[in-house]
Ligand binder design. Structure first.
Ligand code: CUA
Length: 333
């Protein structure tokens, strides 16, 4: 393969790679993302057609000029006037098609609100996501962080708020971006269709760790979702293992409890993420690292080195306390 052909094939593969994956708007897996994807395709076709038309006429004019086929017609030429009218008509028609497509997609996105069934409250904070579910048929809220579960085939209403700066809630496979603004309530509806894990990402520059403000999203069956939500609603179990028990004492008696809540214990801080079921999550520190006991221990030891600018302070612990704490946190299923 020649180097030039290699480059062309490489670029083609790169384009195709964008059509699959857990974080791409080109593989829609919810009604809202499908609507936006259809609009994207319509715009590509209309604008692509216009572009090719312009290039075609340009090439034709150059070809004619090079051969001196005809003197250029002057402005009074009726043929020229007619072609200008036709061309203006084609442009207006193209703009009308794009406007109509945009209107229909906007309307379909707004209509989903009437079918809302599940309310999820998402709060953006530097640099993580607080997520709260309202339990069906009650006013009780269950909280988690950086991991959102959604039942397939049901519309969820996502209520968005921020405690500090402007963020943007964006799960490309599921829906378009919606700004998350302090002091202003925004909302969007999501009707996921395809099961699986997806990745959300803050879509608005919000400071040093904007890139590390990710969100794991799991779309599952309605039954699996109910099981998950019920498990999340339960308080943490008191461990029987002595090391884990010591870890619980380190957490509740030390600095951790000032910022974090572990429901079922005396730790009731509200600044940081709810840790009640930390070990059930896919990753830690808003998608920074996959969840593991060693990752948790490393994160507690030096958060500023792993995520410079984070509000999580380093907590000085003896090696045995650090080990016990990570054992306890790794048991919080
Ligand atoms: Cu939050 Cu970028």
């Amino acid at each position: 393969m020649t180097p030039r052909r290699g480059i062309v094939v490489g670029l083609g593969l790169l384009l195709l790679a964008g059509c699959e994956g857990a974080q791409t708007p080109l593989a829609p897996s919810a009604d809202q993302a499908s609507s936006v994807f259809n609009l994207l395709q319509l715009m590509l076709w209309v604008c692509g057609f216009m572009y090719l038309l312009v290039l075609g006429f340009l090439g034709w004019a150059i070809w004619r000029a090079a051969r001196n086929l005809q003197p250029a017609p002057d402005a009074s030429d009726t043929g020229l006037k007619l072609s200008l009218k036709v061309w203006a008509g084609v442009i207006v028609l193209g703009l009308c098609v794009l406007s109509l497509g945009s209107f229909l997609v906007d309307r379909s996105l707004a209509q989903a609100a009437a079918r809302e069934q599940l309310v999820v409250r998402v709060t953006g904070q530097q640099w993580w996501w607080r997520i709260a579910y309202r339990l069906p048929g009650s006013q009780t809220w269950v909280e988690t962080a950086n991991e959102m579960h959604l039942p397939a085939g049901r519309t969820a209403r996502i209520e968005l708020g921020s405690t500090d700066v402007i963020h943007s809630f964006w799960i490309p496979n599921v829906a378009g971006k919606t700004d998350v603004i302090p002091g202003h309530a925004n909302a969007l509806d999501i009707t996921p269709r395809r099961l699986g894990w997806f990745r959300g990402q803050c879509g608005e520059f919000c400071g040093l760790q904007h890139a590390h403000m990710a969100l794991d999203v799991k779309v599952e069956t309605a039954q699996a979702f109910q099981t998950w939500l019920q498990a999340q609603a339960r308080p943490a179990q008191t461990p029987t293992d002595p090391t884990q028990l010591r870890g619980m004492q380190v957490l509740t008696g030390g600095a951790c409890a000032a910022c974090h809540v572990v429901r079922g214990t005396s730790a009731a801080g509200r600044t940081g993420p709810d840790l009640t079921h930390l070990a059930s999550r896919k990753s830690i520190a808003a998608g920074l690292m996959p969840f593991s006991r060693s990752a948790v221990q490393g994160w507690i030891a030096q958060p500023a080195a792993l995520k410079p600018g984070t509000n999580m302070p380093a907590v000085s612990l003896s090696p045995s306390d650090a080990d016990a704490l990570s054992a306890y946190l790794a048991g919080l299923q």
